[in-house]
Design a protein around this ligand. Structure first.
Ligand SMILES: Cc1ncc(COP(=O)(O)O)c(C=O)c1O
Length: 356
């Protein structure tokens, strides 16, 4: 029996989705494929609240983070840094030879919109990158407030890594004025890894068309050209696209969007209350806690490794330790994808029994 994952990605994949992923293969230039692709994209647009482009890239999210900078930056990148993955935006810019500045705060805190405004007002930047849901700290960025600031700077591309939030936490991409919003399939989408679902604005497509060296593999203009024909430029991870089609149907027609957002919020509230009632503290500052994963300060100094050993042995499930420097100081419980409220309650009961 496998361990059920309550870690912030990968996640438990429903048997129906595993079955969809294992469908007999089709060629990626066939009618069978284009029919599936053509049906899927409008569904993804609904889930992302966009009427602009949604493109599928066969790579993990980092590939499209890199592609976004290469396709969109002509001047300089500004990024928030409050955890491991927002730091990645900054590193990607540097590795690709772009100039970048970071607005850095302590892990667990959110970068304030005023700081973003002050930096963008210098006029140095044409790309602003943020992570909506810092998986390393369970901190949720104030996206609506950033969106208000970005309205003042229409030439700045607003790129959001929504890796551990998309399909679990509501993101109204068009209303927020996002230019890129991306996520891999192995977190709230509830699938194995392999595809990066990417919303791209029309404005970003225009900018990408002027890029001097956008790169070949994650090339927004080429990807759109093929997407218009319901295909991808290169061979896509078709098993994942079967899975994504099944999951998009489930989200829209079985669970319902608002129910999905509400379930994630309910699970988050249950875990936060449990943590505080049990004498722990939340790592993220109050008001900025993630809806899809809880990062809990290990104030009671429980042995997380031993806890996980027992969870695995007795109940075939595991949670996650902290990330990076927070490895021994925090632990993380994911409540994302298709996890139910009942499963989360059961998990917390098991943890209580083991640490008692
Ligand atoms: C918020 C966030 N951004 C980016 C990534 C990188 O994703 P990948 O390693 O799948 O490319 C992760 C992975 O956990 C993440 O949680």
């Amino acid at each position: 029996m496998h361990d059920r994952l309550f870690i912030p990605g990968h996640v438990e994949v429903r048997p129906e989705l595993l079955q969809a992923v294992a469908s007999p293969q089709v060629g990626h230039r066939t009618k069978a494929y284009t029919d599936m692709h053509a049906a899927l994209i409008p569904q993804l647009k609904q889930i992302l609240y966009t009427q602009q482009e949604v493109l599928l890239f066969t790579c993990s999210a980092t590939g499209v983070m890199e592609g976004s900078i290469r396709n969109l930056c002509q001047k300089k990148v500004l990024t928030t840094v409050n955890g491991a993955f927002s730091k990645r935006w900054f590193q990607i810019a540097g590795y690709n030879g772009f100039q970048a500045d970071k607005l850095e705060v302590e892990w667990g805190k959110a970068v304030m919109p005023e700081a973003v405004d002050k930096a963008l007002a210098t006029g140095q930047y044409d790309v602003f990158c943020a992570v909506f849901n810092e998986t390393s700290t369970g901190t949720r960025a104030p996206l609506e407030q950033y969106a208000e600031v970005l309205k003042k700077y229409p030439d700045v591309m607003f790129c959001v890594d929504a890796v551990s939030a998309m399909a679990g936490d509501k993101i109204e991409t068009d209303k927020l004025g996002l230019d890129v919003c991306l996520a891999g399939t192995q977190k709230c989408w509830g699938l194995p890894t392999g595809i990066c679902v990417t919303m791209i604005s029309n404005k970003a497509m225009e900018r990408a068309a002027q890029a001097k060296a956008p790169g070949y593999y994650v090339n927004f203009v080429d990807a759109k050209k093929y997407n218009d024909k319901h295909q991808t430029p290169h061979t896509p991870a078709i098993p994942l696209i079967f899975g994504l089609s099944a999951q998009a149907n489930h989200i829209l027609n079985v669970e319902g969007l608002e129910n999905r957002w509400a379930r994630h919020l309910e699970m988050a509230r249950i875990v936060r209350k449990w943590a505080l009632d049990s004498g722990f503290e939340m790592l993220p500052e109050k008001g900025y806690e993630s809806v899809t994963l809880s990062c809990i300060k290990n104030t009671k100094k429980i042995d997380v490794k031993a806890l996980n050993g027992e969870l695995s042995k007795r109940h075939h499930c595991i949670i996650s330790n902290g990330y990076g420097d927070l490895k021994d100081l925090t632990f993380r419980i994911a409540h994302m994808a298709d996890t139910s409220v009942a499963e989360i309650k059961q998990l917390l009961t098991w943890i209580d029994e083991i640490i008692a």
